[in-house]
Ligand binder design. Structure first.
Ligand code: PLP
Length: 411
């Protein structure tokens, strides 16, 4: 292994993840599936268990100290998220279940009340299903039109084509910051500026960007930004919707219930202010605490350092993968995050996945919830290896050995 190429000794982070000492099919776990969900460091699990053991109570409504403490931790977490993505105000941070719920919230609360049949939403070919289906539901509910930005053969967003998709009926641009299949990092700042020149708001799906690189929502100048805690080494079931305050203020609630109201009578309900208006019911308080701990954790490494670490692994992996006869990487444009998709001639991705599994290596094989992108590249599936803070060149070496084995078995 050549650790000399790494700027920081990332092995210190590896020790924080007990699961990496476990086995998969009797072999040491090599975890290359962080794009699906990242493993959890001890610090995150400790924060959640400490909260349950020492500070737990329901939030906002309690008139006793424990509840005040839980509320303080919950609201401090909102502040930490705000700082992490460089939002202007803590009120712009809404706790949701994940990226999927954040996008559905915007579609139903921003889009549905104000759009009509024939209005248009611009998406791209490289979207995850969770940034397609919520808009498709609006197409069914309202008769809106989905317009799709093409992707080049290298896996880049076709910006020239994007500019031509705008019309007087365009109501929203919703695109991914980084592709979960190709790894492509899209020029979202430029795309937002083009949309704004047409007075069109922009939603960015940050699920695959936030774990891999620094994100500044004010610099991008997006109107909405969504991501999931579980891909950022945090708990499942918690995520973030960022929205510019004026937009969130103008939107009706997404769900009704406790905690999102000011007053309730059968004749009239008044709602709490942003962001409580969007957080109906008892939220995932422990998830929020765990997400804040995950943010502290990645910030202790530094997002720029994490990005550089994954770039080094990409540079280490790509030439070795391409040296495997018949292997083709899907998505070669740069910049990209630490996600590599590939196919091998005459071996189905699922067969590759099975061989890797038996060697202890966890990767994804499938359509990765991006069926339109598979169709674009005329492939049924890819194998996807994705990197996180705990991966190193040994993991890439193990992947390579297993791919050569697959080649011998099936090729
Ligand atoms: N968007 C992208 C780009 C993703 O990769 C994913 C998850 O794989 C999602 C959205 C959906 O995230 P979640 O299932 O956490 O809501």
């Amino acid at each position: 292994m050549n650790m000399k190429t790494l700027t920081t000794d990332f092995t210190v982070f590896r020790r924080d993840f007990p699961v990496l000492q476990e086995t998969n099919r009797g072999r040491p776990v090599i975890y290359l599936d962080s794009a699906a969900s990242a493993q959890k460091p001890r610090q995150v699990v400790d924060a959640v268990s400490n909260f349950y053991f020492h500070d737990y109570a329901n939030i906002h409504r309690g008139i006793y100290e424990l509840s005040e403490r839980a509320t303080r931790l919950y609201e401090q977490a909102r502040d930490r998220v705000k700082n992490f993505i460089h939002a202007a105000h803590a009120e712009e941070i809404v706790f949701v279940r994940g990226t999927t719920e954040g996008i559905n919230l915007v579609a139903q609360s921003f889009g549905r009340p104000r759009w009509q049949a024939g209005d248009e939403v611009i998406l791209s070919t490289m979207e995850h299903h969770s940034n397609i289906v919520p808009w498709y539901l609006l197409k069914e509910q309202l008769g809106i039109v989905l317009k799709v930005i093409p992707v080049t053969d290298e896996g880049a967003m076709d910006i020239e084509a994007y500019e031509k998709l705008f019309s007087p009926r365009t109501r929203m641009v919703a695109v991914t910051h980084a592709s979960n299949v190709l790894g492509t990092v899209n020029p979202v700042k430029e795309m937002a500026s083009i949309a704004h020149a047409h007075q069109v708001p922009v939603l960015i799906d940050g699920a695959q960007a936030v774990p891999h690189m620094p994100v500044d929502v004010q610099d991008i100048d997006c109107d909405f930004y969504v991501f999931s805690g579980h891909k950022l080494y945090g708990p499942t079931g918690i995520g973030i919707l960022y929205g510019k305050k004026a937009l969130l203020d103008a939107m009706p609630p997404y769900q009704g219930g406790g905690d999102m109201i000011e007053t309730v009578a059968f004749s009239k309900v008044t709602f709490a202010k942003t962001p409580q208006k969007f957080e109906a019911g008892t939220p995932d308080i422990a998830g929020v605490i765990g997400l804040a701990a995950a943010i502290d954790y990645v910030q202790s490494a530094g997002m720029q350092q994490i990005y550089s670490h994954e770039q080094i692994l990409l540079q280490y992996a790509e030439p070795r993968l391409l040296a495997v006869p018949g292997l083709r990487i899907i998505g070669t444009t740069k910049p990209k995050v630490g996600v590599i998709s590939f196919v091998m001639q005459d071996i189905h991705p699922h067969d590759i996945g099975t061989v890797l599994d038996h060697e202890g290596i966890a990767v994804r094989a499938g359509h990765h919830c991006a069926m339109p992108l598979m169709e674009r590249f005329r492939i049924p599936a890819t194998v996807r290896a994705s990197f996180g803070i705990y991966n190193d060149e040994n993991d890439v070496d193990a992947l390579m050995a297993a791919l050569h084995l697959a080649k011998r078995l099936f090729g």
